[in-house]
Design a binder for this molecule. Sequence first.
Ligand SMILES: NC(=O)c1ccc[n+]([C@@H]2O[C@H](COP(=O)([O-])OP(=O)(O)OC[C@H]3O[C@@H](n4cnc5c(N)ncnc54)[C@H](OP(=O)(O)O)[C@@H]3O)[C@@H](O)[C@H]2O)c1
Length: 267
Amino acid sequence: MVVVISGASSGLGRELAVQLSRQGAHLVLAARRLELLDELNAQLGGGHLCVGADVSQPQDCVRIIKKTQERFGRIDTLICNAGYGQVELTASTSPEDLRQIFATNVHGTVDLIHAAVPIMKAQSPQNRWRGQIMIVSSAAAGRGLPYFGPYAATKAAQKSLAEALRVELKPERIAVTSVHPIGTQTEFFNRAESLSSLRLQTPQRKAWRQSATKVVRKMIKAIEKPRAELWPFYPVKFALLLGFMFPGVADRIMETSRRQIQLLNQS
Ligand SMILES: NC(=O)c1ccc[n+]([C@@H]2O[C@H](COP(=O)([O-])OP(=O)(O)OC[C@H]3O[C@@H](n4cnc5c(N)ncnc54)[C@H](OP(=O)(O)O)[C@@H]3O)[C@@H](O)[C@H]2O)c1
């Protein structure tokens, strides 16, 4: 099968490439750091296609899909994984930073899908589906987080888009799966801190993270047998449900988190 992975240079995208390659998939690896993609491709035997691309640029998303079609002639799974967070108070986030995070996490997702769907629609079905779109959102899609407001908003937007797409594309036999990890051991948090002068990470928070290997194993199961949503740490769904029913209680819990981060940045 042919799998396109945006954000394949590190973290979940890189781990997806490693595990899918072991299973014999033909991969398209996209990210801005082309040198890391080339290194990864060499490690995986050199048979995959690497595309240096910035998904916040619509023409780059079109190029990723065009190159995939030229090389492989089909797309079985498109994994919209590229994304980042930025530690910042919501009201202090500059308009430019806000636009950039939406351009990458949200527009980068939709622009890839826009380019890929006509190709998937024209394919003959394999195992019931013509293709699958997997959108890597977050558990943060279910609740705005202090110091991570714009990021959580992009993840909520991705979840909402996935819900609409899932129903719209079902008659075309294109499956849509959204993925909602909790904190996972990748470059994500170091990057999120590096984009501002604020810190977020404490030893307790680090201890809670899932391994990328475990999350990706579950993602691959959801590729083998498409489903609507994947929550790699299932109990978080119940916490979010309680937050939905009792938003005041959820606010108080989040207030504790906000104070911890504030203290961390005063020390
Ligand atoms: N780690 C977590 O705790 C966690 C939890 C929930 C959801 N997620 C989501 O999981 C996805 C993957 O993140 P990760 O945890 O694997 O973090 P990561 O290790 O920082 O990887 C992020 C990937 O996205 C790519 N990327 C970022 N901006 C890009 C752009 N403008 N154009 C193209 N590629 C871009 C990066 O590549 P380049 O820098 O080379 O472009 C990198 O390959 C993200 O969407 C994130 O929101 C992560």
